[in-house]
Ligand binder design. Sequence first.
Ligand code: BEZ
Length: 220
Amino acid sequence: MPNLGDEFPDFAAETTNGPIKFHEWLGGKWAILFSHPADYTPVCTTELGVVAKLVPEFEKRGVKVIALSCDSVEDHHGWVKDIQNYSDNSGSWPYPIISDPKRDLAVKFGMLDPAEKDAKGLPLTARVVFIIGPDRKLKLSILYPATTGRNFDEILRVVDSLKLTAEKKVATPANWKHGERCMVLPSVKQEDTGKLFPKGVEVVSVPSGKQYMRFTPQPE
Ligand code: BEZ
């Protein structure tokens, strides 16, 4: 599996939108690649439907979306009809689905879930989320087992945090949501906070007396 900060490897693949070369497809944008165990499976069907509805939210944030499932493009096209019907999504399908029938990409990117096997006894792809920055570097990876569906509202929240913290010298606290107060990075010297955070910094006192609990309104 690529490590955080690594350039995400380039690869060629067939998708429901035709063949792609991944770096070309990224086009210097933020992107999310999320993987699935197999087509025509119940949890995956709910996940792809939820993401289809969230595509406008990802677009608003300038984030491209692509899924991967270890079946053929032909299977993907048939399955999309079920997903659209189940999730009440009509019209054209809003994001490509990569076909990885031989698990080449799943093996390359460490996505396999040894606990879940297909009819031939081969391990299925786990539920991985990779978020890749405009510099093609891996900004986040999450690995779920096949049996646990993901919370894509959380993925959107994480995108908001990643985009903010890539530009400003802040971190986002537990359960932070867009618009809420942020924390000043520990690496910022107290004497520099006035210049860097014109909205002000509140230092919350703690028993150690150390001044590290520094809050500031979300920077613009
Ligand atoms: C599912 O998507 O429902 C699923 C796939 C493989 C194992 C367990 C659940």
